[in-house]
Write a protein that binds this ligand. Structure first.
Ligand code: NAG
Ligand code: NAG
Ligand code: NAG
Ligand code: NAG
Ligand code: NAG
Ligand code: NAG
Ligand code: NAG
Length: 430
């Protein structure tokens, strides 16, 4: 048990440390940028365009979506808004005009409009219910935009950028606004350019430990050459009965709760207590190729995961030959090393992982070429180094428990038929 085990151990160490720093080595530059463009500043009213860009490779913003908040520094009000709306109008008693401002709150909360909203209220890139997809998964849906007219800024009606931004999505924290090069817009097919009067960027980054105090996903393993199924480590995402966990036993009906703001997932009771389990099965070995099967199971009894995705780190992904029933894209984070890739569902087929009890599992098989020099089934090499579900790290079993190859001694002939039978069994069960 040499280098491979050490490497696996190293990876699990790195991965167990990394989330707390809010830095994801698999998406080192990932962030959500909120850009404010001042388009027009005219007799006390400032027209602004606000764009939210999800510059992350695989992490997306799921329903109920973003809920942007900031604090005005002065007595600003939002006169009107297109493409989004403030959740509260607030106290506008000071205004005697025939139409009141859209929002007079000092710290407004802004939400996206729902799809299919009245056309007059729309802008380009609006009305997705606050959902933002990742750059890889759907590049057409990673931006949200709204426009607003703001009045009552500083003394000589110069616009003052607000502060204290929050995105309203668990796990993100935002920095201060930074004045950047003004945005440029093209008209006439690139022959003429106009530009914003001023532009500010606010950058928000994700941290798994900020999103949830415990992991939300775990990995189990099996292989055709060994009958042991290595299950998710006990208490991967909490222990049964521990405060902060909620589970429903098999046969019991779940409580009639709505999907509310309570972040504690309600799961089917298990030893691992995770809402998501990913099973990796080394299924078959051919002369030049090998085949693995991945099964994603939802234990959350009140949540459908739409636009779910999996990120897998395995050195043989550089020679991935075929992927069945999932989409795949390599994540070449450092240029030449392509040992990481992202899997996600096919639209209208399996892009929603349904809740537990409603067929909440999905599977794929992948075919990989046995690269001479690096390929081996020894020392757990065939198992993934790291798996993330929706960008959150899954808890792996300890490397010394991985299913090991049988000793290729005298007993091999006796165990082989059993192993074949057993791998058939696993094929149908998992
Ligand atoms: C945010 O992401 C974009 C796109 O990857 C990158 O160009 C930019 O530098 C990032 N911003 C920060 C502050 O990391
Ligand atoms: C922003 O937050 C800081 C710290 O909580 C607070 O001191 C400051 O007053 C806030 N700014 C505004 C404009 O409310
Ligand atoms: C609304 O604001 C005005 C002054 O701006 C204040 O006199 C009044 O008490 C406020 N009303 C409420 C309900 O807060
Ligand atoms: C500001 O954000 C825009 C898009 O959101 C990006 O293109 C630009 O590079 C950012 N500027 C800086 C200095 O980060
Ligand atoms: C999940 O989807 C199924 C099938 O579309 C639906 O019956 C169920 O109510 C959904 N669950 C939630 C929590 O939305
Ligand atoms: C990995 O990179 C190599 C060399 O850059 C390339 O030939 C190969 O097609 C890539 N494999 C995948 C699955 O992207
Ligand atoms: C299967 O793997 C387990 C865990 O590594 C090991 O203890 C066991 O000896 C292996 N079984 C066989 C038949 O090799």
């Amino acid at each position: 048990m040499g280098m491979v085990l050490i490497l696996i151990f190293f990876f699990s160490l790195v991965s167990s440390i990394s989330p707390s720093y809010g830095f994801d080595p698999l998406d080192p530059y990932g962030n959500i940028t909120i850009k404010w463009d001042l388009l027009l500043s005219n007799s006390g009213t400032n027209n602004l365009m606000v764009s939210i860009y999800n510059f992350q490779q695989y992490r997306h913003v799921e329903p109920p979506g973003w809920k942007l908040n900031w604090a005005w520094k002065g007595k600003e009000v939002i006169w009107s808004m297109q493409g989004a709306e403030a959740t509260e109008q607030g106290n506008c008693t000071e205004f005697k005009e025939s139409t009141l401002p859209h929002c007079c709150e000092k710290e407004p909360f802004i939400v996206d409009l729902l799809p299919g909203t009245n056309y007059n209220a729309q802008t380009q890139n609006c009305c997705k219910g606050g959902v933002l997809s990742s750059m890889k998964q759907d590049p057409s849906k990673y931006v949200a935009t709204f426009q607003m007219a703001v009045g009552g800024s500083g003394t000589n009606s110069q616009f003052i950028m607000p502060e204290n931004f929050t995105l309203g999505v668990p796990g993100y924290s935002c920095g201060g606004a930074v004045k950047v090069e003004p945005s440029r817009y093209t008209t006439d097919g690139g022959r003429r350019w106009t530009q914003a009067l001023a532009t500010w960027n606010v950058t928000c980054v994700y941290s798994q430990s900020l999103a949830s105090p415990t992991p939300r996903c775990c990995v189990s393993l099996s292989a055709f050459y060994n009958q042991t199924i290595v299950s998710c480590p006990r208490c991967s995402c909490g222990c049964k009965g521990q405060p902060g966990t909620k589970c429903v036993k098999y046969g019991e009906t779940p409580p009639l709760l709505k999907q509310n703001q309570d972040p504690t997932p309600v799961v089917r009771c298990s030893e691992h207590m995770c809402p998501i389990r990913v099973h990796w099965h080394l299924k078959e070995s051919y002369k030049q190729y090998w085949r693995a099967k991945m099964t994603v199971t939802n234990f959350h009894i009140m949540k459908n995961y739409s636009e779910w995705n999996l990120v897998v780190l395995h050195p043989n992904l550089q020679s991935l030959t075929q992927v069945f029933s999932f989409n795949y894209a390599p994540l070449n984070r450092y240029g030449y090393i392509n040992d990481t890739g992202m899997f996600w569902g096919l639209p209208f087929y399996n892009d929603i992982l349904l809740q537990e009890g409603k067929d909440g599992n999905l599977q794929t098989e992948i075919l990989l070429r046995k690269d001479p020099g690096i390929f081996t089934f020894r020392e757990g090499w065939g198992f993934p180094r790291k798996i993330q579900f929706n960008g959150d790290e899954c808890v792996m079993p300890p490397p010394d428990e991985y299913p090991s190859l049988p000793n290729m001694g005298h007993s091999a002939s006796a165990t082989t038929p059993f192993i074949i039978l057993f791998s058939l069994f696993l094929t149908f069960m998992l």
